[in-house]
Design a protein around this ligand. Sequence first.
Ligand code: DGJ
Length: 694
Amino acid sequence: MIHLRGISADAVIDESTGAPTVVYWGAPLGHVDPGSITSALFRPVQQGSLDVLAPISVVPEHGSGFQGRQGLSGHRQGGRAWAPRFSTVATVPVEAGIRVEAVDALASLRLITTITLGDLLAVECTLVNEGDTRYLLDALHPTLPLPSHATELLTFDGRWTRELHPVRRQWGSGVFLSENRAGRTSHEHPPLLFAGSPGFGEWSGEVWGVHVAWSGNHTMHAEAMPDGRRYVQAGELLHPGELCLEPGESYAAPTVLGVHGQGLTPASWGFHRWIRRSPAAPRSPRPVLLNTWEAVYFQHDTEHLKALATAAAEVGIERFVLDDGWFGSRRDDTRGLGDWWVSPEVYPEGLAPLIEHVRGLGMEFGIWVEPEMVNPDSDLYRAHPEWALTTDGYEPVLARNQLVLNLAHEGAFQHVLGQLHALLRDHDVSYVKWDMNRNLVQGSGADGAGGTRAQTVAFYRLLDELRALHPDVEIESCSSGGARIDLEVLRRTERVWTSDCNDALERQTIQWGASMLIPPEVMGAHIGPTRSHTTGRVHSLAFRTLTALFGHLGVEWNVLTLEPREREQLADAIALHQRFRSLLHGGDTVRFDPVSNGQGAASHAYGVYSTDRREALVAHAQLTTGMALLPPPVRLPGLLPDTQYRVAQIPLPGAQVVWQASGIELTGAQLAAHGIQLPRQHPESGILLHLVAI
Ligand code: DGJ
């Protein structure tokens, strides 16, 4: 038995079960005899059951009698070796955890499991084919047990422009299953779920969160078993026959990450801290950027873009990002993908004049690419139709008029890498917005077998090789908005584009959900046009500012069209973000239980506490009309109870609501216990509060 102690949770591992078993994962236990846990939780065999109780090991085994979904599925020729049973052969300590090796000599398989616990619980499983025949692997899904009192689930729904919407569900019995076959992390099935004790909230109840760090297909399976036990199983979803291990070959499953906390807010800090320690974690203040997409779409013109850049610099923009439309024949979304050379048609003198202009204004220059794609109407496709990820003999399914480029094909891979390298080598570019705008459909590799996994692995390799060539260039993970937000891509990218929806009301919920996985400094959040391009809603600059403030701020608005007053207010909004940037991007994200309007949230309160809890920035956003005349007092748990705070309203650009009590001094205990009464606010408006310890 091994007792692991993390930042805010403990785990006790029984390594004797072949694939090890997490016998406890939860609140810190102090110094205890780990063996006492198995004694305390011993389950006697019941009538009507097998004579053994198979553990919910990290890879539960049908061969041992496990009656849920086994963690490893596969077989050799003739259906043999389909129900392995592993025995532990070695346990090795690793930093913050253990590595357990187990074998099934009959099935000729070796399973290597690493479990570590720091900011979060990380489980890695590798299967090795030690036989002399091929092993067809269907699934290797790491599994974490949950206690019987985790009876509610928080899962996430989504679609394009409506990502990461939290959904609460009772989880009395049976299976909750979420499967993603999009070939990218997906809008529809984010690889994230939380389970918790009845009625758990942001600061109450016990909460476990599980995430599959993977940017391809995945499955998440949460089962409340008829025998009363519960577990979450998560991993890569493979197409039929997609993965075949030849003798000596191995397969490493995506890392499964688990967080635990008293309430959702503290639980999500585990994910945030892990991202903050990742190799790609942003190390410098996040530059406020202007993205040209909603400002000009495909209407590229150097002089107009220079004027846009000048106006952007005047309001305080620090990074200018040139979006889709600068390359090849790309004048609209029907052609050009794959031709990553500057279009002489729109940039007769190349990009240099624009880049020099941007750099001369003191801004960084960023550029959009979509390296994994090709339009049939492109030079690349005309030269190499065989590089498309399709299945021979079938008419390929297009999406946004484009096909996927088979990055597992070495020629295609080197071609794209070479073009991206040349682009970054020849231009003063410090930022790449890496987009990916379609799901994969019927994409096969050269051998005709499913190619999603190989494509996902090649995508990571392409990012890795490009980063090695250009270590100072930052990369944003964009995928039609937020279809590629996961912790594996965030080991290689400094930012995600959270959604193509810049409507502040929609963003309130999208970012609320996203904040359960990612911290503000990697969450792209833009102030969009007054009338949203994706919903048609009109929002004040104050509400748009309040919403975008709590992310990596950007502007996606044609600032050349602004009235002088709007321009001043936008400059104020950017200055506000810059004033609080180190707090916003270094503190702990906090959310407070939403107030219901009977159907959904009437208002959101959320913010950031400094890690020493001596400063905080808190937003109250009124989403709809409330059921009561006034919103209930906002209570702020988690501050220093005996410390006195001055609580002041920070005016938002153009906002008129005044909080009469601004400047009041209250203790952390008071803020948690009775909170503060805010004034009535119109739907789609809000208030910003700054708290400083006196
Ligand atoms: C989808 C992205 O999410 C948008 O921000 C924009 O870059 C377009 N693609 C460009 O085609």
